[in-house]
Design a protein around this ligand. Structure first.
Ligand code: KMT
Ligand code: NI
Length: 174
């Protein structure tokens, strides 16, 4: 996984948008975002899931031919949102980008490839896009019943209990 500040240059979301400024692992830790590199190691993925009490999962293949309403879905994934539970994403094939908001509300881009596993805390603002290859196969793991509903960022989500809880755990010790 490569992490860097998003360049904010308008244009195709599927391009790298690399500002050339890397984001150190400590900065991701400070956001409660965790990464593991586990290529071809479903056993380890399962162990992480079990140890964190995950009960549900599904597999998604994101591509123009395999995912119905691909263009629409990719737009939805890229609309800034949060989820009310912690979620794991494990890339099985292809690649893609997860953008997460840093402490100063700047976009940090995570370049994910096969074997990358991300643990995203509940309440973090983020978005996802495929890259120029238009192909991502991923395992999506959920603690409870999948809470699919992405909550789009708004004043409402700024006041969301899970968002407030996330900010408390992120910034509480400062
Ligand atoms: C999310 O949380 O935004 C997603 O699940 C995107 C698709 S999974 C690679
Ligand atoms: Ni999401």
């Amino acid at each position: 996984m490569k992490a860097y500040y998003y360049d904010n240059v308008p244009g195709d979301q599927r391009l790298p948008h690399d500002s050339g400024r890397p984001v150190p692992p400590s900065a991701l830790e400070a956001l409660n975002v965790t990464h593991h590199y586990l290529p071809d190691d479903l056993d380890s993925v399962n162990k992480i899931a079990t140890s964190r009490n995950y009960k549900n999962r599904d597999e998604i293949e994101i591509s123009p031919t395999l995912l119905p309403n691909y263009e629409e879905k990719v737009k939805t994934f890229f609309h800034e949102h949060l989820h009310e539970d912690e979620e794991i994403r494990y890339i099985l094939a292809g690649g893609g980008y997860f953008d997460v908001r840093g402490k100063g509300d700047e976009w940090i881009r995570l370049r994910l490839e096969r074997g990358d596993l991300m643990i995203m805390p509940a309440g973090i603002y983020h978005r996802f896009t495929t890259d120029e290859e238009n192909y991502t196969k991923a395992l999506r793991l959920f603690k409870e019943d999948p809470k699919w509903t992405p909550l789009k960022r708004s004043e409402g989500t700024d006041a969301n209990d899970y968002r407030k809880e996330y900010l408390k755990s992120r910034d509480g010790s400062e």
